[in-house]
Design a protein around this ligand. Structure first.
Ligand code: GRF
Length: 196
């Protein structure tokens, strides 16, 4: 476990979409924060909101295409991560699976956030899965990334109620609200060395 570091951590966020969790991390860890800050954002989608958010904050933003060429994506991403001296990688709505080799290379240094109380409802459409299962409580999870799908060790979880008239949208919004608190909290804990 490389944390805590004796200097501010350099973090990268990998995101494919809107980037609201990226925004939450940028707000929680502004430049100059003694614990660390986000210095690189990588997206596999040229139009990802996350890239625009990074640029608006003056954070290096890299679009690296990832069609069927996952190996090419991972080589370019690893080069960017290593050049930037990244200590911690945060996946935030990153919609591609990382290869076992990539995960191994950054073992213990990749976090993900997922909109369910893992281990239930891994993979796509977690909120839809929760509604279909008829549960009365769902939530979000920050976990270490391993070679499986949303299967690595859990760092922190937060519950939210599922209410009778919920739609995928209302439940997703309620969970997302908690994600924006939980991810910075989990990253703080990790950087402080509070996770065994
Ligand atoms: C979040 O719900 C996250 O849990 C899931 O993808 C969504 C990303 O949202 N992995 P955003 O791009 O951070 O707004």
């Amino acid at each position: 476990m490389p944390f805590p570091l004796s200097r501010p951590a350099r973090m990268a966020v990998l995101a494919s979409g809107r980037g609201s969790n990226l925004q939450a991390l940028l707000t929680a860890f502004p430049p100059g924060d003694p614990l660390g800050s986000v210095v690189l954002v990588i997206s596999n989608r040229a139009t990802a909101g996350a890239l625009a958010i990074a640029e608006a904050h003056g954070v290096a933003a890299r679009y690296i295409p990832c069609g069927r060429d996952r190996q090419g994506f991972e080589q370019a991403a690893a080069q960017a991560l290593d050049q930037a001296g990244i200590d911690l990688i945060c996946l935030a709505g990153f919609m591609r699976l990382l290869s076992p080799a990539f995960v191994e290379r950054y073992a213990g240094r990749i976090l993900n956030i997922h909109p369910s109380l893992l281990p239930v409802f891994p993979g796509l459409n977690a909120q839809q899965q929760a509604l279909a299962a008829g549960v009365s409580v769902s939530g979000c999870t920050v976990h270490w990334v391993d070679a499986g799908v949303d299967s690595g060790p859990i760092v922190l979880q937060r519950q939210v109620p599922v209410i009778p008239d919920d739609t995928v949208e209302t439940l997703s919004d309620r969970i997302l609200n908690e994600e924006h608190r939980l991810y910075p909290e989990a990253v703080r804990l990790v950087l402080q060395g509070g996770i065994p």
